[in-house]
Design a protein around this ligand. Structure first.
Ligand code: CP3
Length: 338
């Protein structure tokens, strides 16, 4: 197989770890900013298959990453579940009406809102270099629910955590609706041409152990089981950001094929405590990439040394920051590829 990233995710360690960066298509790239300005906003860009395919390919052309990640957003699923979605300049995404005081049952499903995403996948699949692995993605139910309930991002997800305790039956219905839509969404991405998918659980770190079992592990396990039944060849990467000491349980219980580590996880601890043959992805601090220089080099070397004995995909511990210098990305790639 001539795809080092896909091979690694399937458990075959490579002599040089394959590399991609979360949020690699985005604002740190001048060519992204130019196309976004021309299209007039994020949603216009993400729903135009020609433009979204172009943005997906920009970082592949510029840097030759081993993986291309579909250009879209985790909030496309709430949009397909019937909430209005907007990305106002400088204020983050908004979903209306927020489910904290509006019933889920009042929303009308609009799955055809996801059609442009599948058109983007088909387009990109026909244009990628033969050695590049194509990654699809979705948000995990807990993280997506935090946006659906509050209607926006928040620092500690307090509104949604309170809602889940106060009305677990209503919250379970929201999670179940996200699970069902996400399964169809990822199956359709696979049928359109992605080879692996990542489940982003950006706010997994805000839950107590019991709530983590219920709202992170259980719904992700349900998604993985359905994907394995419907599309057995599809590889699944789980990324429960902030899960810390709950990572081994997540790895054992969800059925994901590979595990994304955020930058707070010690890679030496991860290697010692995760199943020995499980591929891991990560986990350079995005701020070390902004800093550059010797701090960057040392951070890279520490990760390579700790994870060299197992299948390892080099990545950041979270999305690349918009203020990251392009030259530092080039330095990172040169050092990892040696
Ligand atoms: O990785 C990639 O390059 C693929 C595309 C991608 C985007 N968002 C594009 C995007 C992916 C995988 C995401 C995931 C995503 N979106 C997450 C999970 C990962 C994480 O970062 O925690 C979350 C929580 C979201 C929700 C979201 N989308 C927020 C909070 C924001 C605003 C803040 C921000 O980073 O801009 C977005 C907008 C967004 N999604 C942008 C991009 C490139 C910026 C839009 C712009 O150009 O203004």
């Amino acid at each position: 197989m001539n795809k080092p990233l896909l091979a690694t995710l399937k458990g075959v360690a490579q002599p040089v770890p394959p590399l991609w960066l979360m949020r690699q298509a985005g604002r740190y790239l001048p060519e992204y900013r130019a196309l976004r300005a021309e299209k007039g906003g994020f949603l216009a860009l993400a729903t135009d298959p020609d433009a979204a395919a172009e943005v997906t390919l920009q970082p592949i052309r510029r840097f030759g990453f081993d993986g291309a990640i579909l250009f879209s957003d985790i909030l496309m699923v709430p949009w397909a579940l019937g909430q209005d979605l907007s990305f106002g300049a400088g204020e983050g995404p908004r979903l209306e009406p927020p489910l904290v005081d509006h019933a889920l049952a009042a929303l009308e499903r609009v799955p055809e809102r996801l059609e442009p995403v599948y058109a983007t996948v088909r387009r990109v699949a026909g244009l990628l270099p033969s050695t590049t692995t194509f990654l699809g993605f979705a948000g995990s139910p807990w993280t997506v629910a935090t946006y659906m309930v509050a209607g926006r991002g928040s620092k500690d997800q307090g509104e949604t955590r309170r809602f889940a305790y106060n009305d677990p039956v209503a919250f379970q219905a929201i999670v179940d609706a996200i699970v069902a839509m996400t399964i169809d969404y990822l199956v359709a991405q696979a049928d359109a041409g992605v080879e692996a998918v990542q489940l982003f659980d950006s706010w997994a770190g805000s839950l107590s152990p019991a709530q983590f079992e219920r709202w992170v592990i259980a719904p992700n396990a349900a998604i993985v089981a359905a994907l394995k039944a419907r599309r057995p060849g599809l590889v699944v990467i789980g990324f429960p950001k902030g899960a810390g000491g709950k990572l081994p349980a997540y790895a054992r219980e969800t059925g994901v094929d590979a595990l994304g580590l955020d930058e707070t996880v010690d890679p030496v601890w991860a290697h010692a405590n995760l199943p020995p043959d499980m591929p891991v992805q990560g986990n350079l601090d995005p701020l070390a990439l902004i800093a550059g220089g010797e701090e960057l080099d040392a951070g890279i070397d520490r990760i390579l040394a700790a994870l060299g004995e197992r299948p390892h995909v080099f990545n950041l511990g979270h999305g690349i920051d918009q203020h990251t210098p392009i030259a530092h990305v080039e330095r990172l790639i040169a050092r990892v590829r040696g």
